[in-house]
Design a protein around this ligand. Sequence first.
Ligand SMILES: O=C(O)Cc1cc(O)ccc1O
Ligand SMILES: [Fe+2]
Length: 467
Amino acid sequence: MEEEKKEKKSSSSAAGGGELQYQSGFGNHFASEAVGGALPRGQNSPLLCPYGLYAEQISGSSFTSPRKLNLRSWLYRIKPSVTHEPFHPRIPGNKRLVSEFDQSTSSATPTQLRWKPVDVPDSPTDFVDGLFTVCGAGSSFLRHGFAIHMYAANKSMDGCAFCNADGDFLIVPQKGKLLITTECGKLQVSPGEIVIIPQGFRFSVALPDGPSRGYVAEIFGTHFQLPDLGPIGANGLASARDFLVPRACFEQTTHPGYTIVQKFGGELFTAVQDFSPFNVVAWHGNYVPYKYDLSKFCPFNTVLFDHGDPSINTVLTAPTDKPGVALLDFVIFPPRWIVAENTFRPPYYHRNCMSEFMGLIHGVYEAKADGFLPGGASLHSCMTPHGPDTKTYEATVAPGEVTEPFRIRETLAFMFESSLIPRVCRWALESPYLDHDYYQCWIGLRSHFSCNRGETMMDNGNADEDS
Ligand SMILES: O=C(O)Cc1cc(O)ccc1O
Ligand SMILES: [Fe+2]
């Protein structure tokens, strides 16, 4: 069942006041009409659509994908998307966007990397120009891989819409609201919420609160799913009913010089048309943009001893063909109770065959007392050791340290975790925001080893013989 959800839209909203309304559910077949009767009844492509609209399908999967993976929507619009001048390379482009990760675009490094939060730009910069790739793997052309971008913008997109032909965007705003107009309707997304804009949808980002900054995971060749819950059972983690999908709304006026900015193979192209692409009067289907409020997440965790793996906090997963191996998992570290007994409670020290990119939306992350700041980022690639910094370790094992249940409050960190090994873009490695002293946070970890047989063990390599 779909539920109607309402949300107060900021009165300073660039797109006018009023309330935004949503449909709810994950993977549903939705239907929405901004004008009653605009959806054709009983078929997708009548000879003439109601109100003289054009029928247009957008496919997010091959036509022949199995039914459970098949994604498509039908849009009923005033003019079809194809009504535009030819595409041309955009001048200026955005040279810091990458969709193929090889030696020409990016470097391999096993080093632990951490970045301070980037400043909002001084010069007028919208979402498209404020987007830059940090790292990634694979290729949008080969339909396998991912890119991690960040953005910092201070200006709403104006007279233009963005269309990403390369992959799906999972956008994590960290500062400043986004008011996103899509062909399916509008979504308002605040820090603490995420939004998914699937491959191919045209959208425009307004900044009703002023400057905005955040993170974007882009996936090539697949789409996000809810994780299986296994022994957890039928409920828990992110619930399908908390995902919100826009309702149809449209702009009817002509708009000479309207520009579509298309990201295609990591490069930007523009095409001019004389109307807004947000001219969809009604639509139906299961290929849709959607948002999710991370405070709705129902966390599960250890209730007796030991630290569970972070996969327990998976919000969404983009699968590969190998069972249980993700192209990209989106995992959060939300406020929760920590109750484990006789346990080192922060994340354990570890090396992982998966690669971990982390960001912080607000607060302090439980493994890093210092240096990992809201809006900042870290990357621990395949088999690169990492874990709590010295201060966190020492505070956790200090005599008299709290062992009672306690609530981790006012924090929200997240991880993009991938089975593919990311290469890092040159500008991210040369960035003034790169924290060159990151390794120092572990250098102070000293030996607490005490064993009066230590010397003997080193001498003959066998502790048993010594006894
Ligand atoms: O490295 C990190 O901070 C992320 C992380 C958190 C955790 O609780 C366990 C493992 C893990 O990789
Ligand atoms: Fe980790």
